[in-house]
Design a protein around this ligand. Structure first.
Ligand code: SF4
Length: 219
């Protein structure tokens, strides 16, 4: 079987698994409700062969998300980078290690929180996700959030925040505000990779995490 027919068969099998024996044209797959699913694990299994957009053909690994399925706080980044794509896990590498340190400073570990991205497959050369890719992939994030039912979502970085909030405002104007996404409180802070590039972002990020601790983790 040729590579292209192999991809087509995978796509059709997946569409059938997700939506039944009805084939949707591309424009009609947008906003199709995601399938009923009971757990994060079963949801992960049902979408991990996804080929709804081109990123499915260039990824090494699908990056679903990791952490506590009953977390109070869900951290959401933009999309997997090179290391995440290779490992199949979000926020690995130096930025991930820095995130772990920041979490530890407010007495949290990765086992306490859940972490994922808006887009589940790596955009080539880490380019920004296309609006069409966001439209196709974002329903998966919404289902993850519905299954976890957190108290707070923290958007990490400008692209994640702007993608979720459908805005073009600079990150500094999005901080210190409580937004709503899927009925859940949402805060915006810097991506840990930005802190590695510019240490001036450490102070405002620490202020954001102190606010998270004081407003969302106090008993
Ligand atoms: S990025 Fe999202 S919509 Fe595109 S193939 Fe990956 S999982 Fe599917």
């Amino acid at each position: 079987m040729s590579h292209n027919s192999d991809i087509t068969v995978r796509y059709l099998n997946q569409s059938r698994e997700l939506y039944g024996n009805k084939i949707f044209l591309d424009s009609q797959t947008v906003n199709v409700p995601v399938p009923n699913t009971k757990t994060l694990e079963s949801f992960n299994k049902s979408i991990r062969e996804c080929l709804k957009c081109e990123l499915g053909n260039t990824r090494t690994n699908f990056v679903f998300g990791v952490g506590n399925p009953h977390a109070k706080i869900v951290f959401v980044g933009e999309a997997p980078g090179e290391k995440e794509d290779l490992k199949g896990e979000p926020f690995v590498g130096r930025a991930g290690q820095l995130l772990d340190k920041i979490l530890a400073a407010i007495d949290l570990t990765r086992e306490d929180i859940y972490i994922c991205n808006v887009i589940k497959c790596r955009p080539p050369q880490n380019r920004d996700p296309l609006p069409s890719e966001v439209e196709l992939c974002e329903p998966y994030l919404k289902t993850q959030l519905a299954l976890i039912n957190p108290t707070l979502i923290v958007a990490l970085g400008r692209i994640a925040a702007c993608t979720i909030l459908k805005t073009k405002e600079p990150l500094k104007d999005l901080r210190n505000k409580i937004f709503k996404y899927e009925g859940i409180d949402l805060l915006v802070t810097y991506h840990p990779a930005a802190l590695l590039r510019n240490p001036n972002f450490k102070k405002p990020t620490w202020e954001d995490f102190q606010m998270i601790r004081d407003q969302y983790l106090a008993d």
